[in-house]
Design a protein around this ligand. Structure first.
Ligand code: DAH
Length: 350
């Protein structure tokens, strides 16, 4: 066949077939078909032995031209396909930053911890120190030096867990930290401390009792301390925790380590004092106990009670948190019910 004619035919076919190439796979098949070892263009020059020198030259020239043409067009198409594929990939992987993200549950501060911190900060601002004491305590500090000698009937109200060693127990109150503070700081009067911490009692657990709970104890030792000082301090705490409109009152009470002793009441934050189910119709809510430090306690710790005086108080941290956050069962604090977090988040957002 006339070589020119053959070349034209191959060129036409190639140009036609290249039209329908869509991807790299199609292109590589096309490349093999025309430029591979047995490709149509390659074969043009495979059988030239019988040709004259003139013809060999002629065939070589046109075949090479066609080969170059085919190589160029194939690499041009290759470039186009690569670009197209890259664009498609970029398009499909595009991150839409306008979409709202999935909310990550980050958790929040523990209710008791954050309440304790709030109280600590308040007392630190009034010049108090925050101190701690051991949870496994000596009977001597938990009871005896607090004016509760062995056999004192008031011990019954605070039955606790004893260790095999008779004189060690799980502290039933944070009041022993008062004793530890006084014994360790005789030269450092006046004293002002608060002590938050875990306490234990041999109670049956129910909505308002737990065998383990948290108290926040306070002690001030100075000269001429009166109930008025205690009232002023309590007033600040009540207003800080439950709002500026809160009123406070003392109710006579009994604790062996204070004389006189009082119950600390705040006007009900729910009904404003009119009477509701939270304050059981009285308009007042009891949040802790307090009093003027008993002279026996001062003397027991080596402070001359004719010179020194003081006030002390104790709050139940869970009770404060239950009132502040509207929690109705003390066990909620210890049962990992995550709804407690929602209650907290909601109240904090208000
Ligand atoms: N320790 C008492 C209790 O657990 C609470 C208390 C009352 C603490 C009067 C005090 C206080 O420091 O003065 O019931």
């Amino acid at each position: 066949m006339d070589i020119e004619k053959k070349v034209c035919e191959i060129r036409d076919n190639l140009n036609k077939e290249i039209e329908s190439v869509n991807n790299m796979n199609d292109l590589s098949n096309l490349k093999i078909k025309y430029l591979g070892k047995k490709g149509e263009i390659t074969l043009l020059t495979s059988d030239m032995a019988s040709l004259s020198i003139e013809m060999k030259k002629e065939v070589g020239r046109v075949a090479n031209e066609l080969k170059k043409e085919a190589t160029d067009i194939i690499s041009k198409i290759e470039q186009e396909i690569k670009e197209k594929e890259l664009n498609e990939k970029l398009k499909s992987e595009k991150i839409d930053i306008t979409l709202p993200s999935t909310k990550i549950n980050v958790g929040s501060a523990n209710i008791l911890e954050s309440l304790i911190e709030e109280i600590e900060e308040l007392f630190l601002s009034m010049g108090y120190d925050v101190v701690e004491g051991p949870e496994v305590e000596k009977d001597l500090y938990n009871f005896e030096l607090l004016n509760l000698p062995k056999g004192h009937p008031a011990r019954d109200a605070q039955d606790t867990f004893y260790t095999f060693e008779d004189s060690l127990l799980l502290r039933s109150q944070t009041s022993p930290v008062q004793i530890r503070t006084m014994l360790a700081n005789k030269e450092k009067t006046p004293l002002r401390v608060i002590c938050p911490g875990k306490t234990y009692r041999r109670d049956d657990d129910d909505a308002t009792h737990s065998h383990q709970f948290t108290q926040i104890e306070g002690l001030l030792v100075d000269k001429n301390v009166s109930l008025a000082d205690l009232k002023g301090t309590f007033d600040i705490v009540a207003k800080k925790l439950f709002g500026n409109e809160r009123e406070t009152r003392f109710r006579p009470s009994f604790y062996p380590f204070t004389e006189p002793s009082v119950e600390l009441d705040i006007s009900c934050f729910n009904c404003g004092g009119k009477g509701c189910n939270i304050c059981k119709g009285t308009g007042w809510i009891t949040v802790g106990g307090a009093g003027i430090v008993h002279h026996n306690v001062l003397d027991n710790c080596g402070y001359d009670s004719n010179v020194w005086s003081g006030f002390a108080f104790g709050f139940g941290a869970e009770r404060l948190a239950m009132l502040k956050y509207g929690i109705t069962d003390i066990r909620t604090f210890y049962t990992n019910d995550l709804r407690i977090k929602d209650i907290f988040d909601r109240k904090e957002a208000e």
